[in-house]
Ligand binder design. Structure first.
Ligand SMILES: *Cc1c(COP(=O)(O)O)cnc(C)c1O
Length: 383
């Protein structure tokens, strides 16, 4: 840092130069990310609450009330109005909190968690941080968690089973009704990772889709991760962790000597209230109807692109269940396809299992972006 500061104009000019090197969702070129353009209403609400700290809620009682309302609205969306939870940084923190609650409730030696092979890598972080063993259940032919494999892995050391509603790589929904029955029977903590699917599956069901239950309406479900900063259109960082009952939060609460609340269950201390304000604003502004439109449009564009990809001669790995498409080619490797597309300005991603070019049709993707992308796909020369 220099002794003397520079002018404001100069600061923002320099920042602008850096920003030019970033991609932007607005361009429609980012096809491999679960993030999107934050909705303007969320951005305005976010900027209104920049100084609010939910780590010290006695000072920010308005924001605390907003958080309570958001949690209750999310609970209503997910099968149970009187739930507990927090708005936090994202799916990773939510999953770590859920695993921490499950571990603390049992406090046994050598705790283990069972996740599907398709689970997000945040569970590896959770297992490492919390000194737990992570067991991966196999997937069935549809790339969903295989129930037999789960049954084989369950032992006295199992403190939690995780099912995913909208896997990160393929957008698949695990058989959560079955998981709920098994875990309810055996009294095992069941966590549902709906970081991606939580803000679309309920709305899609309201407009005629037919996804099975995955939420608190199933008695075995103890906690749910749902990320407003993915399909919820909120600015980053905005995640949500929901628990069926307060005792799950109590199981990991720590005394907070100098703050306005006595105990705290979140991992971070100082915690922005801006994310909460943004989520509240968006849920109020868009309503269920607004989110139905967003989710429904993403699905329609997903079907459109999936069909065009097949017509162009590529192979879908699996029929899209949510707004994610994975494809391969007979001749070119997925890395070669991704490189060619990158040269044309597209940022796609590559799934690890199975290996495929991965495209997520987030709300910022428009029909014209898809048409331009298909043109470039067609131009790929596959001798
Ligand atoms: C994105 C995602 C996460 C991680 O969320 P972050 O907000 O990136 O921490 C966890 N689980 C699933 C299923 C996800 O798609």
């Amino acid at each position: 840092m220099d002794e003397k500061g520079i002018s404001k104009d100069r600061v923002f000019k320099l920042l602008g130069d850096y920003k030019k090197k970033d991609m932007t969702h607005r361009s429609g070129k980012i096809l491999g990310s679960m993030c999107t353009c934050p909705h303007e209403v969320g951005v305005k609400a976010y900027s209104m609450f920049l100084e609010s700290n939910l780590g010290d809620p006695g000072l920010f009682q308005g924001t605390k009330a907003l958080e309570d309302e958001v949690i209750s609205m999310l609970g209503q969306l997910l099968g149970k109005r009187d739930i507990c939870g927090h708005i936090i940084t994202g799916g990773t923190e939510a999953n770590i909190m859920a695993m921490r609650a499950a571990r603390n409730l049992r406090r046994i030696k050598n705790p283990q968690i069972i996740v599907p092979r398709s689970a997000h890598f945040s569970f590896k972080k959770a297992a490492d941080l919390l000194c737990m063993d992570l067991k991966e259940a196999e997937l069935d032919e549809n790339f969903c968690m295989d129930i037999n494999s789960v049954m084989e892995l369950i032992s006295d050391n199992t403190v939690a089973v995780v099912g995913v509603a909208g896997t990160t790589e393929l957008g698949k929904i695990d058989p959560i009704e079955e998981l709920s029955e098994i875990c309810h029977d055996k009294n095992i903590f069941l966590h549902i990772d709906a970081a991606f699917g939580g803000f679309s599956i309920p709305f899609l069901n309201e407009i005629g889709y037919d996804f099975p239950n995955f939420d608190f309406s199933l008695p075995g479900v103890c906690s749910i991760t749902i990320d407003p900063h993915k399909m919820g259109l909120a600015p980053i960082p905005t995640g949500g962790i929901l628990f069926r009952e307060g005792n799950y939060l109590d199981a990991m609460s720590i005394e907070t000597p100098y703050l306005t609340e006595d105990r705290q269950s979140t991992i971070v201390g100082t915690r922005t209230g801006a994310s909460t304000a943004a989520t509240w604003a968006l849920m109020k502004y868009l309503g269920r109807e607004g989110y139905q439109k967003v989710a429904g449009r993403c699905m329609e564009l997903t079907y459109l692109l999936a069909q065009k990809i097949e017509e162009t001669g590529f192979h879908l790995i699996t029929e899209p269940q949510l707004n994610i498409i994975n494809f391969q080619d007979d001749e070119l490797s997925v890395w070669e396809i991704a490189d060619i597309l990158e040269d044309k300005g597209w940022a796609v991603s590559i799934s690890s299992y199975p290996q495929a070019v991965r495209i997520i049709i987030m709300p910022h993707i428009k029909r014209e972006h898809i048409e331009a992308f298909v043109q470039d796909l067609k131009s790929i020369n596959r001798n």
